[in-house]
Write a protein that binds this ligand. Structure first.
Ligand SMILES: NC(=[NH2+])NCCC[C@H](N)C(=O)O
Ligand SMILES: [Mn+2]
Ligand SMILES: [Mn+2]
Length: 305
């Protein structure tokens, strides 16, 4: 039985709505470990990474921003430690499952996963998260993790952020529907593959995810799956800080992650995953965290029959 190491990363520095730091607890309370056992894997919870409270910062210390990226120094600290944990988990032969936290944690997961490997990426998200401090309209780093790992803009000089093992041509978006104007140009000019909600409407989720898997496995050592809960429609996943209507349904989401695990069972292609942006303060009776736990179980092979 394969070991899945759960790494909680209760960080909310990258988002402008507080509360996403409670995501790891909420997903655990929703029964993640039991769900994973039901899926046939062996979950080992290593607890949460230490994330200093924003309130605890010394007000006389240097200002928290660098360029137009809020809390970048704090995010560097957390993501550097997370990257080490993820790469050590892989070296131990276990599977790193990172619970966010806002999507800036993916800078750490991807740097860890691609530490010693070429890694493809499947990005389930309403958003492209390809901004840099130079292009971001908000300064929120959760809108920048792919810009960071690709070393775009100022991130090219930040070794903790840039992950050379992640190549543009190995990244596939699934479910895009909210892109900033500057980002739209960046996506179009890039070598990334972008499947929008319109592609899912036209072709169906399974065909789209199979194509995304083809992109992310081609010439790589494995795939990182990044699941932002705002990928789903806000009626199904209300507990997120940046909801966008018109997202995937409950069934489409399960079908997508089942498609991933079907392929993984055949070829052992997935090497790491993060589940991010669950905000319990905005949630309704832990519904979004429960969904996060259920979808993760589907990704690891849980089936109806
Ligand atoms: N991971 C997320 N929820 N990202 C939302 C990003 C929103 C917007 N594009 C920004 O840069 O601020
Ligand atoms: Mn995101
Ligand atoms: Mn998003």
């Amino acid at each position: 039985m394969s070991t899945v190491r759960i790494i909680g990363t209760p960080m909310d520095y990258g988002a402008n709505r507080r509360g996403v730091d409670m995501g790891p607890s909420a997903i655990r309370y929703a029964g993640l470990a039991d769900e994973l056992e039901a899926a046939g894997v062996d979950p080992v919870d290593t607890g949460d990474l230490l994330v200093p409270r924003a309130e605890a910062r010394d007000p006389d210390a240097d200002p928290p921003t660098r360029g137009d990226a809020k809390f970048l120094r704090e995010i560097e600290d957390v993501c550097s430690r997370l990257a080490t944990d993820v790469s050590e988990t892989l070296a131990d032969g276990a599977f790193p499952l990172v619970l966010g936290g806002d999507h800036s944690v993916a800078i750490g997961s991807l740097n860890g996963s691609a530490d010693d490997a070429d890694v493809g990426v499947i990005w389930f998200d309403a958003h492209a998260d390809l901004n840099t401090p130079e292009t971001s309209p908000s300064g929120n780093v959760h809108g920048m993790p792919l810009g960071a790992v690709l070393g775009r803009g100022v991130f090219g000089q930040l070794e903790w952020a840039h992950a050379p093992g992640v190549r543009e041509s190995s990244i596939a978006y699934v479910g895009l529907r909210s892109i900033d104007d500057r980002e739209r140009e960046l996506v179009q000019e890039s070598e990334m593959t972008a499947f929008t909600m319109a592609d899912i409407d036209e072709r169906g989720i399974t065909a789209v995810v199979e194509d995304a898997l083809a992109v992310a496995t081609d010439g790589t050592d494995g795939v990182h799956v990044s699941l932002d809960l705002d990928w789903l429609d806000p009626k199904t996943a209300p507990g997120v800080g940046t909801p966008v209507r018109g997202g995937v349904t409950y069934r489409e989401a399960h079908a997508a992650l089942e498609t991933i695990s079907d392929r993984h069972e055949r070829d052992d292609v997935v090497r790491s995953m993060d589940v991010v942006e669950v905000n319990p303060i905005l949630d309704e009776a832990n519904e979004t965290a429960t969904l996060a736990a259920d979808l993760t179980a589907s990704a690891f092979g849980k089936r109806i029959l």
